[in-house]
Design a protein around this ligand. Structure first.
Ligand SMILES: [Zn+2]
Length: 129
């Protein structure tokens, strides 16, 4: 059983900030910023595209709810991040959305890579095959 499923089953303690029938949110134990929270479906799915639409919709509603719950932290903005598969930086193979509160001038909390020269016509051709 994966570590997030163990948190859902309360076999591993976590700082739970929100929970309903289908979803759970808890503070990330390796926070990138104050209030960094993970929102997960209680049912185990590895990646977002494996989730049925209705369950994904519930998860996204929970993400929004948790943003509201975190507002007492007085952040100035926030990032929502979802990584799928190790190549994309997914560390736990159970779908999760990161909510990372952002504060003015808080540095390189979340960073996009460099802009790459990519042939957009070629990409379009591949996906429209
Ligand atoms: Zn799991």
């Amino acid at each position: 059983m994966c570590i997030f499923c163990k948190i859902v089953n309360k076999e591993i303690p976590a700082k739970i900030v929100y929970e309903d029938e289908d979803t759970m949110a808890f503070l990330d134990i390796n926070p990138r910023n104050k209030g960094h929270t993970l929102v997960i479906p209680k049912k185990h799915y590895e990646t977002l595209d494996e989730m049925p639409d209705e369950e994904l919709a519930k998860l996204m509603k929970a993400v929004k709810k948790v943003v509201e719950i975190l507002k007492p932290l007085n952040f100035d903005g926030y990032n929502i991040i979802n990584n799928n598969k190790p190549a994309a930086g997914q560390e736990v193979p159970h779908v999760h959305f990161h909510i990372i509160p952002r504060y003015q001038n808080d540095g390189d909390v979340v960073k996009f890579g460099e802009v790459k020269k990519i042939d957009l016509d070629e990409v379009e051709k591949i996906i429209k095959q």
